[in-house]
Design a protein around this ligand. Structure first.
Ligand code: ADP
Length: 425
């Protein structure tokens, strides 16, 4: 490590600029301290003199409205100050949402539902984080709905999830992922089962909109909805479906004029559609890197991270005790369907899965549903486990699970397309 990395470097930022850096090397550690002025990371204020630690994979921007001095030690792969940021436009969006919230509060109405849409890697999740942080910083308690089944920022990919945001995200760890409402989908992209995806989104919208009535502060704070980066063809149809299901009053479109114009054409004129630039700092991820991020999230689900490690458990379950199901049966032509059923109905059918060696590495969701006669799609998920071994001879599977005890006797597991190789050492 060179001398100046050891001793560190001071960066003086003018008002409305940001320090961007990326860390790619394994075991790299970068410490950032706010020495002077005010600064924030994706909407969370930094505390003066506190050391913030970032490790491999970090891609961050520390922004200042007033100007600041930051002290940084450690090796970064990319590091520069930018004066071109869209933060003023983003804070204006927050201000507009605040107007809706104030009005909602006065009239005891539901606050705004704002959707963030755009292609992959334009900073959708980051904008959601900024808007949520700004909202809690002025005393709101919004919900954060993540419909992006590709990344799964709240639960793990393959699911849609919602959490209540009660405090700003941690600078190093983001929002706490405690007590989310999770619905199982089972695929990495809505295209895995379009009918099911829409059904799950409708259910999530219905349940969370209803839940707003139970808490006055959350009711007027509204919901920020993150969406998938698939914005063409069927992907676009999914966005329209979500906007309708949530009764979105604002749609923030990042970076794509075509999508913006399509939405202007297709949503009711009462919906505010706003085109926003993406930040030049957002880093494009390759397909492989996106895959890695997905894997990393699942690994973190079972093993935690260096700051808070978890110790998962492994246990066997006999085939005959395994109540494993999959949502969506293979398509049948309409002519083969029982009278009164459409081919589409098959897509949301709950079907039993017989264990075979192909089950290895698959992530399974543990449903709160007690039987397949329940509304399985509309019942939330308690947690996940992963198949680490299938022994056809002994007719058992080995499961990796965050819970120590064997599965509850009536546990209903749902198959997902996601796989996780448990090579943790
Ligand atoms: P999307 O949700 O559209 O896929 P993200 O919000 O996840 O995009 O952003 C992609 C990556 O870019 C994330 O790792 C995020 O931390 C990083 N990022 C976002 N904004 C900035 C910025 N202004 N400077 C540097 N990195 C950024």
């Amino acid at each position: 490590m060179s001398d100046h990395q050891n001793r560190g470097q001071d960066f003086s930022l003018e008002a409305d600029s940001e320090l961007r850096f990326e860390i790619e090397q394994k075991d790299a550690k970068v410490l950032v301290t706010l020495v002077n002025g005010f600064a924030e990371l994706f909407g969370t204020e930094l505390v003066k003199k506190k050391k913030y630690e970032f490790g491999m994979g970090a891609k961050v921007a520390i922004f200042t409205y007033q100007g600041c001095v930051l002290h940084v030690t450690g090796k970064m792969d990319v590091c520069y100050i930018s004066k071109e940021t869209p933060m003023v436009q983003y804070v204006n969006c927050h201000a507009a949402l605040e107007q809706f919230r104030t009005e909602a509060e006065e009239k005891d109405r539901r606050g705004p539902v704002a959707m963030v849409v755009g292609p992959t890697d334009v900073g959708k999740s980051t904008l959601c984080r900024i808007l949520l942080n700004y909202a809690v910083r002025v005393g709101r308690r919004p919900l954060y709905a993540d419909l992006d089944v590709g990344q799964g920022a709240i639960a793990i990919s393959g699911n849609v999830a919602t959490i209540l945001i009660e405090r700003p995200a941690s600078v190093e760890e983001g929002f706490p992922k405690t007590a989310p409402l999770v619905y199982h989908f089972g695929h990495k992209s809505p295209s895995g089962n379009s009918v099911l995806y829409n059904a799950v989104v409708s259910k999530m919208a219905e349940v969370t909109l209803q839940s707003l009535n139970g808490n006055k502060r959350t009711k007027s704070s509204g919901i920020i909805v993150n969406t998938c980066g698939w914005v063409k063809g069927h992907g676009y149809a999914h966005l329209l479906h979500a906007a309708r299901a949530y009764g979105a009053c604002a749609i923030f479109v990042l970076d794509q004029e075509r999508l913006y114009n399509e939405l202007l054409r297709d949503v009711p004129s009462s919906v505010h559609v706003v085109l926003l630039p993406k930040s030049g700092g957002v880093v494009e991820r390759s397909k492989e890197l996106r895959h890695e991020c997905r894997d990393q999230r699942i690994k973190e689900y079972f093993y935690g991270n260096a700051r808070a490690p978890f110790y998962p458990f492994s246990f066997e379950v006999k085939f005959q005790e395994l109540r494993l199901y999959k949502i969506g049966a293979p398509p049948l032509p309409d002519s083969c369907m029982p009278i009164g059923m459409k081919a589409e109905d098959n897509k949301t059918k709950v079907v039993a899965v017989t264990p075979t060696p192909a089950l290895i590495h698959h992530v399974l969701a543990l449903s709160f549903a007690e039987s397949v006669d329940d509304d399985v799609i509309g019942t939330n998920i308690a947690g996940f486990c992963c198949v680490t071994e299938v022994d056809m001879e002994r007719q058992v599977v080995m499961l990796l699970s965050p819970q120590p005890r064997p599965l509850p006797p009536n546990a209903l597991l749902l198959w997902s397309e996601l796989q996780f190789m448990d090579n943790h050492t």
